[in-house]
Design a protein. Sequence first.
Length: 495
Amino acid sequence: MKNTEKQIKNILIYILPYIVTGFLPIITLPIFTRVLTVSDYGVYALASIYAILLSGIVNFGLTAGYERNFFQYKDKDKSSELLYSTLAFVLAAFLIAIAVTYIFKKPIARAFTGSANHSSLLFWVFLSTVTMSFKQYYLIYFKNTEKAKDFVVYTLDETLIGVVLSLFFVVYLKSGIIGLAWGQGLASIIILYFLIARFLKVMPLTFGWEVLRDSLKISLPLTPRIFMGAVSTQLNKYILNLLNTVGGVGVFSIAQKIANITFIFITSIQNVFNPHVYKKMFSSESSAGREIGQYLTPFVYLSIFVCLLVSLFAEEAVRLLTGPSFHSAAPLVSILAMYYGFLFFGKINGTQLIFKKKTFITSMLTLMDIGVGVAISIPFIMKFKVIGAAWATLFGGLVTGSLAFIISQHYFHIFWEVKKIIAIYGVFCVSSLLVLFIMSGSAGYPLCFVLKLLCVLVYMLLGIRLRILTGQNLKLLWDIATLKKATLWETGRWF
């Protein structure tokens, strides 16, 4: 199969779990937000801070090391050594972390949630997060071998099982917020069991210190960065809890959950382009920068299109999906969608620095991100409360993201199609800010909705102008989506 058609097929395949994993938890919000309170979501978000922080530490950055070195060890035996040695190391670290968390769960819960009464919730949220994290190594294998269908099957199954179990615990058994953790944790354990059984049948169980050591050389310098990155992403929730209320954390958490649709989509698209970016880097470093720049422009356009839709129609989404006590989350969704839109370059920056083995720099950049985040978040939250946390997230991300972009370009220069990128982000930002201005005013809803549609139309016309949205490209997408025989091009890039 030609590369062009295969990539587009993979995009459509990867979008399927994005639709399910992104939208299924969202469409169940009308049920959960009428059973659970904003305070429940706030406590869950605070417990998640600990889970994300410690899970990031005990992974020791090996997800990045494994993904990077996967293309270095192409021999089947070495590939098995790399996978199982990595898993064994991480499993040992996870078991220690689980034991420590269980023993000290009450003081940890008191420190993160404000009450030892939430210790069981904290433990189950941590166990769920750890299991999901462990599963990622198998999914990276599927992604790097371009087995998109396998990636999708296991991702979809986990999401579906998790939602069904969570509904059963929360709605039927009336377990409260802990039911969310039970449902997701048990779903992850079930899927992990089947993954382990499958891989043991086709890949011999073998270990090698040498391949693990090579991965650790790349990964260990990333550990501070992962820890500090987790601190950075969760910082505003913790500051909100200190300066505002647990309910404010709950509203911010719901806004993040809806806006996170965009980040999930960008990640699903990254599963398609990242292996090809690495391949270009390893195959011909001298010419790779220009090829990668041209190759990524359509991915930028597609990613920002989704961010634009979420930002524009945040108000409709929040009112449709949540109860009245959560409706103040609407402007937060729009702001956070803008933030996630700029994170596209964060994905590429990380790849550039990891390829050049400059992982220590990423830790320094993340440390700076925390400093900037604290400096911006505290005054913004004190002055503007919950919406201040969203603006602080966006402004802090722009400052540190710009510096990370400059440094990454220094070590591995990508020749971006600058005019096209500026046009894409220009329309995106102007449209989002216009909607935020209208949302805060007294304009009638019909006028607001028409303006939103006009913004979408302008962005689509831009895609036509940039020759990204063309009849030939759309026909190819349609033919593949409907399983028709697609016309193949003799070009080196798609779109």
